[in-house]
Design a protein around this ligand. Sequence first.
Ligand code: GTP
Ligand code: MG
Length: 476
Amino acid sequence: MHGALDDTICAIATPPGEGGIGVVRISGLRALDFASHVVRLRSGKALQHLRTHMMALADVCSQSMAEHLPLVQEPPAHSFLDEALVVVMKRPHSFTGEDVVEVQCHGGPMILDQLCRTLMSAGVRLAEPGEFTKRAFLNGRLDLAQAEAVLDTIRAKTARSLTIAQSQRRGELSHDVDKVRSALVVALAHIEAALDFSEEDITFVRQDELMRVLEETGIKLQRLVHSGREGRVWREGAAVAILGRPNVGKSSLMNALLRSDRAIVTPVPGTTRDMLEEVVSIDGIPVRFFDTAGIRPTDDPVEAEGIRRSQLAWEEADLALILLDGSQPLLESDQILLAREEAARALLVVNKCDLPRELLQEELTRSCPVNAGILDISAKTQIGLDDLRKTIRSRLMPSGLESQDGVLVTNLRHAAAFERALQGVEQATQSIEAGSAGELVAVDLRIAADALGEITGAITTDEILERIFAQFCIGK
Ligand SMILES: Nc1nc2c(ncn2[C@@H]2O[C@H](COP(=O)(O)OP(=O)(O)OP(=O)(O)O)[C@@H](O)[C@H]2O)c(=O)[nH]1
Ligand SMILES: [Mg+2]
């Protein structure tokens, strides 16, 4: 549970470990007061008198200084912790909307830890994960979708994911949601007014006008729902498993995609035993590639465990690449893989096309699952890798929606809410067409408007908030 808003919180805002600089962040009603316990400005000024958003040099102490200690007096030598730059951001012009003090010390875990401990002994509470961002939301600095985008911004793995996260953090998604929601709320108000005054002969909204509004919102929601089906990939990335019998060149392909010698490659079949996982940007999509152990019958328990993991990776992957060796005829171990049900959704990749071809086309077509795409590559000479990247991308993003204008839905919670909103609008449209009572139409429109309200947090519950902010790191 997050504490009340009237207490003051602190946390180390920089990642754990050693660094050039480490930042401790303090936020709350008494942030300046508490910070004065540990921070002594070199200028001799009181922290309260420091101009907002201006840096100042200070000494930081590991012992809470008594409040009556004159400002000009040096802190006792034994309690000197570090030299720091301090910035005060006065409410409401701070990230949280509260008074915030950030102390930039040297990035040593000992310094940062002791600084936080001293603040805590003075009465500051250690922040919970995401609590700074949660306060920004509760104080109206960000809506919920923007707050979630703060996390996406931090976690973005490719430039494109970052651009999308930043546009959501700036509020572009929220803006669209608010527009659609207010159209629905206005329609709802008219319907409800008509219900209240049903005795009197007043028309509050013409049916064709109502249908027009519902049609327009339906189209907008449909686009958002569609983008949400693929949007998860921008935010979380997609998993692509490289599968095949031993020695076909899986590890070589992994290395070629990574442009580094990450995986061990040898001419010995059964080289890879453990699964390797690395993220590569495929035209802006963060793709996690899995290099797996070659699948074949084996008595070796280590290899067997590797093969078991390969199969798990296949089941969990968004896309599987089945690699074949073009310089050899199709073997039984290849055929076993191709015959699997999941192979129908895989992409067949024939490797080693720099060598003379021994894999017969008719043999391949015979064993190949229907509709499977086939690509020729050479992991060694990089032939066909660009085509492979393009094909992977279009398999992961078949709609091409991301190349169009307009915001993208990348968060599963938002996607689910848009689906509910769309269902509500469709249901309401059907009710009107069927000539159902206004009450029924109103119920469906209310469901749709509330679902949209959950995205921006206009409507929310503690449970939703807790679930969202628990995903954040401490200090954010
Ligand atoms: N000529 C040629 N040789 C390749 C190519 N790709 C891989 N090889 C060779 O094939 C052998 C096996 O490559 P790996 O990448 O280790 O194959 P693997 O599928 O990971 O093998 P396991 O880990 O044993 O399952 C090595 O000797 C590679 O140099 C290619 O495109 N052309
Ligand atoms: Mg390998």
